[in-house]
Design a protein around this ligand. Structure first.
Ligand code: BGC
Length: 740
């Protein structure tokens, strides 16, 4: 058996594959067909007797969570040589933001607004994981996430459908390469289809209720986009969508995905989601659950065995037809052919993974540099001038923790391969200044103050207190939701006591979600939001802090002031009574028996602002960009035509820097109400200090389309506002009209 890397992979064309699949299908027993629909968990570096037996009997189509190359090769060998038909296995793994080289979490990658970086990170993850024998990743996760309490926001690409679909396409391209059969390509998976991000109360696995119009305009577009651009597989969401759990949701999995979108790849359930239909109260027992899931459109069951146990019975009882099973198995076999597994499923031990090599690390570093978002920088305290300091106090539990900086879903990253900020700072400090380090708190969740005295001492004797705070990896990700999104534990108190020393504070936050910062923002001079940056946190963040690079990350999600504002996102609807200005009512100033209408009657709060602390798209630079001269090539655009919108961007600051230029529109009148702003384009540009550039976006009227009351997807004639700027609060605006 030749390995995939050392043979000429014979490219099969579509009809070749189809006929190979049909021939194979005609030789399969019912049991072997059902086996293909089953994905079992690996045993971890061994092949248990049971698993061996199941593979030999043809009762397994896929294994997940096995990463040891020898074990994977042995599993494939058993499948190929010892099962009757020699059908190779799909080997799945959550390669979410890197394999051995850990890149910034997906939410951080979204903050790069760089399709190129996102594609390169995925490509490297594919190179490293495919060298271990993995051929399928469960990524990208493209659930629109507008609730930062939800722990899985960390895995998402943020709140906006346009940004999400653009970056999701790049991620799929990175994983899948030019052809799935290439040595280093792995199949991607669009998950979790669909609406999972709308879990009520930001609590994982919870109910979602999403009107069809909102589902189609907000939650489905990224899925539709990557279905069209060729993502190899889909995963159904755990959640209950409008009363019908997705795992049993015929409308979503068949009417929309198959009939409307013509999607032809396999759909896998989420982990044990088939038997969970019973727990949802949607199926009576596992037999009923298997029947409902398969009927709805789940092709492969992950981790549980309802299909294995009950599918034959369901067929005998005419609940599931042979035709249905054949069409499912065809999709699974087609994927295996497309991956080149029938030519070789064995991965050569000599295939270089290049894990953590210089190239991989340098892309990882670049990704961190581009993903960090500078939220505040009073008096230009950043970048730090080496020559201006004698002593730097480094404080906080995340300054020197190679594990926590990797974030959620970093199963295959290693703590001792992470470069921490403290270590990188020590390199920079050599012979230039002193570093005094105090952890301050053992973990981000500590509530006691035992480490405060040492931290205060360190700060008192320093020119700057550089604090590394935030959330440990375990505080975000699957099933890790929070009802408060303040800095946990005694971190705010630690900031307060350091602030009281009078030493200026630069705060670096590592976290898996937006954090509410209102209570401490006035106590610190600068905030660099670094998300969970992964392996190369230290060298990248140090380059930013010392001005080797200028921050250019932009928020892919709105930062609320307080948790009570959630859901808060920039693309809100106007309502009939929108808030008029930033007037803050302040509950403490309300006089007793104040007349009922005395504060106006608008959509706001008595006890906080209606606006976020930081809007979507926001991020400062060490330089400053001035946006002027928004122009259109035409004020009136016939339907079917395009408009060019441009603005001049000047770098008026003192640094060469990158900036993400953003284009927003508002459709003023619609058959259904439209958001007050919608992202329609972005460009990452580089401008030397003093330079200027005209940035032009071309917008076709097709890109103004939305689902209307009749669920037709089309643009409408009428007036449009259009903005260009550095974040979603931009006021640089003009308008055009679309005519029928
Ligand atoms: C998660 C999926 C993941 C799967 C396999 C589930 O619990 O929801 O996102 O791909 O496990 O690990």
């Amino acid at each position: 058996m030749l390995s995939k890397s050392c043979q000429q992979v014979h490219e099969l064309n579509f009809s070749d594959v189809e006929s190979e699949v049909l021939t194979l299908l005609s030789r399969m027993t019912i049991e072997e067909k059902i086996g293909q629909m089953s994905q079992l968990s690996g045993d971890g570096c061994i092949v248990s007797k049971n698993l061996r037996k199941a593979i030999i009997a043809g009762h397994v189509g896929s294994i997940l969570n096995e990463v040891d190359l020898d074990t994977i090769n042995e599993l494939q060998r058993i499948a190929i040589q010892e099962s009757r038909l020699g059908i190779p296995l799909l080997i799945g793994r959550d390669v979410i933001h890197g394999f051995n080289t850990i890149f910034p979490i997906p939410l951080a990658q979204a903050a790069t607004w760089s399709p190129k970086i996102v594609e390169r990170c995925a490509k490297i993850a594919a190179i490293e994981s495919s060298s271990s024998g993995i051929n399928w990743t469960f990524a990208p996760m493209i659930d629109i996430a507008r609730d930062p309490r939800w722990g899985r926001i960390a895995e998402s690409l943020g709140e906006d459908p346009y940004l999400c679909k653009t970056l999701a396409n790049s991620m799929v391209k990175g994983f899948q390469g030019d052809s799935l059969s290439d040595t280093n390509s792995i199949a991607a998976c669009a998950k979790h289809f669909a609406g999972y991000g709308a879990s009520e109360g930001g609590k994982d696995y919870n109910t979602t209720n999403i009107p069809e119009n909102e589902l189609r305009n907000v939650y489905l577009p990224p899925f539709k986009a990557i279905a069209e651009s060729g993502v190899a597989t889909f995963m159904a969401s755990f959640s209950d969508l409008n009363g019908v759990p997705v795992t049993g949701n015929n409308w979503l999995l068949t009417t929309v995905l198959r009939d409307e979108w013509n999607y032809s790849g396999p759909v896998v359930s989420d982990w044990e989601a088939v038997p969970q239909l019973v727990i949802h109260g949607f199926a009576f027992d596992d037999y009923d659950a298997a029947g409902k899931a398969c009927t709805a459109g789940i092709d492969m069951e992950m981790a549980s065995d309802c299909y294995l146990k009950h599918m034959k019975h369901l067929m005998n009882n005419n609940v599931i037809s042979l035709d249905k099973i054949d069409s499912v198995v065809k999709r699974i076999l087609t994927l295996k052919f497309n991956l080149g597994l029938f030519e070789s499923a064995i991965t050569s031990p000599n295939q270089p993974s290049n894990s953590l090599n210089t190239d991989h690390l340098s892309i990882a570093k670049e990704a961190v540099i581009k993903s960090c978002v500078l939220l505040k920088n009073d008096n230009q305290i950043l970048p730090i001038a080496k020559s201006a300091i004698n002593t730097l106090a480094v404080i906080g539990p995340l300054a020197d923790d190679g594990y926590e900086q990797m974030g959620t879903w970093a199963f295959d990253g290693k703590e001792n391969q992470s470069h921490t900020c403290l270590n990188a700072l020590k390199e920079v400090a050599k012979n230039a200044f002193n570093i005094n380090y105090a952890v301050g708190m053992e973990t981000t969740r500590c509530n006691h103050h035992d480490g405060f005295a040492e931290a205060i001492d360190t700060a008192i004797n320093a020119d700057i207190a550089l604090m590394f705070l935030g959330e440990e990896a375990i505080l975000s990700g699957e099933a890790h939701c929070r009802s408060s999104i303040d800095l946990p534990g005694a971190q705010e108190q630690l900031i307060n006591v350091i602030h009281a020393t009078g030493t200026p504070i630069i705060l670096v936050i590592m976290a898996g979600r937006p954090i509410t910062l209102e209570k401490i923002i006035s106590k610190v001079d600068a905030i660099l939001f670094a998300w969970h940056p992964g392996t190369m946190a230290g060298p990248a963040i140090t380059d930013l802090l010392f001005g080797v690079e200028s921050p250019s990350g932009k928020l892919p999600v709105t930062f609320p002031r307080t948790v009570g504002q959630i859901p808060l996102y920039y693309a809100q609807k106007n309502s009939g009574r929108p808030p008029i200005d930033e007037k803050y009512i302040n509950i403490d100033n309300i006089k007793m028996r104040a007349p009922q209408t005395s504060f106006g009657m608008t959509s706001t709060y008595l006890d906080t602002h209606f606006s976020p602390l930081f809007p979507f798209g926001f991020g400062l630079s060490y330089s400053q960009f001035c946006y002027t001269k928004i122009k259109l090539n035409n004020k009136v655009i016939p339907m079917g035509g395009a408009v060019e919108v441009s603005a001049t961007i000047n770098n008026v600051g003192n640094y060469n820097a990158e900036e993400v230029v953003q284009l927003y529109i508002r459709d003023i009148v619609g058959n259904v109400t439209r958001p007050i702003k919608e992202l329609k384009g972005f460009q990452r540009i580089t401008l030397g200090k003093g330079e200027s550039m005209v940035v032009t976006f071309k917008l076709h009227t097709d890109e103004l389309a939305f689902y209307n009351q009749q669920m037709e997807y089309k643009p409408e004639a009428g007036l449009f506002h259009v903005w260009i700027g550095g974040d979603s609060s931009t006021t640089l605006k003009t308008e055009f009209e679309v005519t029928d």
